[in-house]
Design a protein around this ligand. Sequence first.
Ligand code: AP5
Ligand code: MG
Ligand code: ZN
Length: 213
Amino acid sequence: MRLILLGAPGAGKGTQAVNLSKRLNIPHISTGDIFRANEGTELGRKVKQIIDQGMLVPDDLTVSIVKDRLKKDDCKNGFLLDGFPRTIPQAVQLDEVLREMGAELDAVINLNVPDEVIVRRMAGRRVCKGCGMSYHIVSNPPKSEGLCDVCGEELKIRDDDKEQTVLERLKAYYEKTEPLVEYYEKKGLLLHFDGTKDITETTEEIMDKLLKE
Ligand code: AP5
Ligand code: MG
Ligand code: ZN
């Protein structure tokens, strides 16, 4: 399946993507994770400045990274895009890339979560330094405090999870990303979900709907 996960920052895209990519056996591609994994490189330093201000990385750079990633063999049978596209121009360019590949999207999963829930979630989020897995100190804690369940590495607070930056990210979401809801609705691809339910319940709802499509 070829899928996109859409939703505001902190809506739970990364959390659902981990579950869905396992269940559907497709690679999880998060542009945010790719940028953070490049921290030591020149690209990483350049984008970190932008990310830590809560702004979006330029479209051309982001699209070229995704384009390269989609060419890899593991994307032949599908993929799950998390946090991409995030602007109308990115979505238009993705359509073009897919056309070149002779591929089509199956669905766009939209996670709805109100702003006040998002701000609470970000305040308690911890992410793994090693694999990028997200936890929450209250709603989704790791088995042993401060350590990743998957790889055992230390958990840390993301630099862009400061409240002021979260508000900037929300602003960028409403200005640039929310119009994608209508974009994909018009294409008949959008599936809506209530992202405030618990994590496994949401995964089950998404799986049910996808398999019925
Ligand atoms: P990115 O890393 O994509 O950040 P984001 O979209 O702001 O989303 P987050 O990763 O913060 O949240 P999420 O929806 O994945 O939620 P999570 O599952 O962690 O991007 C970072 C930056 O990179 C951007 O700001 C931008 O600068 C740049 N960038 C990335 N892609 C770009 C693009 N395409 N174009 C331009 N720039 C780009 O969950 C959040 C918390 O809630 C966690 O603590 C989790 O444990 C908890 N939680 C999750 N689900 C539930 C639940 N159901 N109930 C209770 N708690 C839950
Ligand atoms: Mg994420
Ligand atoms: Zn880890």
